[in-house]
Write a protein that binds this ligand. Structure first.
Ligand code: 5AD
Ligand code: SF4
Length: 441
């Protein structure tokens, strides 16, 4: 009987893609996936530590998963990802049930670590920096659940040092993946039936700056678009300071680049932006957005916002609401500031009480609800290009529009993996439905 693994992933798309790569490594070792952790020989948690909440979730899951040892004393429990990196041995002390732990830097060392853990040692391999052989990771294929849309990590780490953020600590300095290695993976994915390529990095717009002969992120967009079979391209996450005009031009010129952009602004007040060390002002952000909207018609914008950063006053917060009101994002991801150990904002004076954060969050979400109500009505009667990627109860299919909205249609399974034009009949803030009027590719 082959060995089985169960993997649970927290956090961002980068972490999700790391889990897909870990699954590829485990596959190469002969492991099979299972959805039932009680059946597993290896339980892995790929963790996040961006805010306090995910930290707690990991501990409570470990409390549950440790029961596996009663059934299967040889089972191994491992923790990977950002919390492992940040908390290290402190986490093992809190949860001695952990047999195995590694950084995002050394996922490719997993086979040796599993061997050590199986031999009865605590296999804890947390590195301060990426090892020399980090690129070996790309030699493993990913194992994905989505047949038609695939993430491709193009960039690791972040050099930005925003004062609230733990990522530079957990993922290290910016390292761009080579163009050759990226294109090679994209080709393999397309050969495997993938239509949509989603380029990933904590700060994807900085791609190529660290090469001996620097390249620009827009160069990467053009190169990926030249690969036969790439029907759609998305990317996350860009930083407003690196979001240069050539990227706007490339987005406008390349037909496969989706009509959506996620560009976090985090806060509207210039004083808070400065304390966050974001490197732009409110008006600079809005100017950039205006430029993007002018050049790319009907682009769907989304953003990340933090409320209650230390010293944030009511007046500061009103600037955040003002940005939301003026830009009219199609989606916002908003978070209450969560002090992260080891970051400059952790012990800044003027921490904002939780009830104030909660109140601001609620007002922000109410405003967005109102805006979304207006935006979604505008979709009704329009024709949207949708990549159908899954079935939904019975004879319905679902997929995403280029503007990143879920759309459901009636149709047979032969349409799966196809891009179709859909006339939108009904539209609510998070999904739409309509009728297929043309099958494109
Ligand atoms: N507290 C709250 N939100 C945070 N984010 C990052 N760090 C923190 C923090 N300490 C948010 C930012 C980022 C998103 C991924 O998480 O908005 O863009
Ligand atoms: Fe969480 Fe940030 Fe790590 Fe992603 S990079 S898993 S969001 S801490």
């Amino acid at each position: 009987m082959g060995k089985k693994y169960f993997i649970k992933t927290f956090g961002c798309q980068m972490n999700f893609n790391d889990s897909e790569r870990i699954r590829g490594i485990l596959k190469s070792m002969g492991y099979e996936p299972t959805d039932n952790w009680m059946e597993a020989d290896l339980i892995l948690l790929n963790t996040c530590t961006v805010r306090e909440k995910p930290d707690h979730k990991v501990l409570s899951h470990l409390g549950e998963y440790k029961k596996i040892k009663e059934k299967n004393p040889n089972a191994i429990i491992g923790v990977a990802g950002c919390l492992a990196q940040r908390a290290g041995w402190e986490l093992v002390q809190k949860a001695p049930v952990i047999d195995l732990m590694f950084s995002s830097f050394n996922m490719h060392h997993l086979p040796e670590l599993i061997n050590q853990a199986q031999a009865g040692y605590k296999a804890i391999a947390l590195l301060d920096e990426p090892p020399e052989d980090e690129d070996k990771l790309w030699e493993y294929d990913t194992v994905r659940d989505n047949k038609y849309c695939a993430y491709v990590t193009v960039m690791k780490g972040c050099d930005k040092n925003c004062t609230y953020c733990v990522v530079p600590k957990t993922r290290g300095k910016e390292r761009s993946r080579s163009l050759e290695s990226i294109l090679d993976e994209v080709k393999r994915l397309v050969d495997d039936g993938v239509k949509e390529i989603h380029l990933l990095g904590q700060n994807v717009t900085a791609w190529g700056k660290d090469f001996e002969k620097p390249l620009r992120f827009s160069d990467l967009l053009y190169e990926v678009s030249k690969i036969d079979g790439v029907k759609r391209i998305r990317f996350t996450t860009g930083h407003p300071s690196d979001f240069t005009d050539d990227i706007i031009e490339a987005m406008a010129e390349i037909p496969q680049v989706c009509n959506a952009l996620h560009l976090p602004f985090q806060a509207g007040s210039d004083r808070i932006l400065k304390l966050m060390d974001r490197g732009y002002t409110k008006e600079e952000y809005i100017e950039k957005i205006e430029k993007i909207k002018d050049r790319i018609k009907d682009i769907a914008l989304s953003t990340d916002i933090i409320v209650g950063f230390p010293t944030e006053t009511e007046d500061d917060f009103l600037h955040t609401l003002d940005v939301v009101e003026r830009v009219k994002f199609e989606q916002i991801f908003s978070f209450k500031f969560s002090p992260r150990p080891g970051t400059p904002a952790y012990d800044m004076e003027g921490q904002v009480p939780d009830e104030v954060k909660r109140d601001r969050m609620e007002r922000l979400l109410n405003l967005q609800k109102k805006i979304m109500g207006e935006i979604c009505k505008r979709y009704e009667g329009t024709v949207q290009e949708v990549l159908l990627e899954d079935t939904e109860n019975g004879n319905k299919l679902i997929g995403r529009s280029t503007t990143n909205k879920w759309v459901s249609v009636e149709g047979g399974k032969e349409l799966l993996g196809k891009i179709v034009k859909v006339k939108i009949e009904k539209s609510s803030p998070y999904n739409m439905s309509g009728e297929v009027v043309e099958v494109m590719a």
